[in-house]
Design a binder for this molecule. Structure first.
Ligand SMILES: *Cc1c(COP(=O)(O)O)cnc(C)c1O
Length: 205
């Protein structure tokens, strides 16, 4: 399983990297590419399905379409894999109202493009601004969030919480120590959390 672009780091693999892996995995082994954030990235591995019957692409309505509470996603795979997974389903495994909602959202997907473009623009704008904060390392992102490293991440997170701002703090998690994942919001919301971060970093709180 590979998440592309990845959560929580935000980096993306090129389609040729995915193809290289797909070409070198044993055909008896399923290869799942999780494209939960693909709408923010655009470089899908769908074209590889044709020549890789063991490839599975997983998608969700939870991120770009903001439908997390409907609990609905989908997969793209060869007929053999689809039939195999179909056998494992329990009756009524999927809420019909969620399916109906997803169907409508899918038909309206073009109307979400401006919002997705706005999120991408905000991610770029906020990455540049975060990079200006002393002691911050900003990791390149292809998603709707930005991962940063900051030595006082835990203290900063506590301060943000006290201001009613929620970011994801990774505490001492392996490989993610003192990292924060910040999801993009509307421009005004982003300006607000940034102002609080800047105040904290500059010792004005
Ligand atoms: C959000 C997310 C999903 C999908 O989540 P659901 O809400 O369960 O559809 C899958 N993979 C990753 C990496 C995610 O971040």
């Amino acid at each position: 399983m590979l998440c592309n672009p990845n959560n929580p780091t935000g980096n993306g693999f090129s389609v040729s990297d995915i193809e290289y892996i797909a070409d070198n995995i044993h055909t008896n082994c399923a290869f799942l590419v999780d494209e939960a954030y693909i709408e923010f990235y655009g470089r899908t591995s769908v074209s590889l399905l044709k020549d890789h019957p063991n490839l599975i692409i997983a998608r969700t309505f939870s991120k770009a379409y903001g439908l997390a509470s409907a609990r609905v996603g989908y997969m793209l795979a060869s007929e053999a894999i689809v039939n195999m997974i179909d056998k494992s389903y329990m009756p009524y495994h999927m809420n019909v109202l969620s399916l109906a909602t997803a169907d409508i959202v899918y038909q309206m997907r073009h109307e979400y493009v401006p919002r997705i473009q706005m999120m991408i623009a905000e991610r770029k704008r906020m990455s540049t601004l975060l990079d200006k904060l002393a002691g911050f390392t900003v990791y390149p992102s292809e998603t709707n969030f930005v991962l940063v490293h900051y030595a006082k991440a835990k203290e900063l997170n506590q301060y943000l919480e006290s201001k009613g701002i929620g970011v994801r703090s990774f505490g001492d998690a392996p490989g993610l120590k003192d990292c924060l994942r910040i999801s993009m919001g509307l421009r005004e919301e982003n300006d607000r959390w940034y102002a609080e971060m800047k105040a904290f970093v500059e010792g004005r709180v």
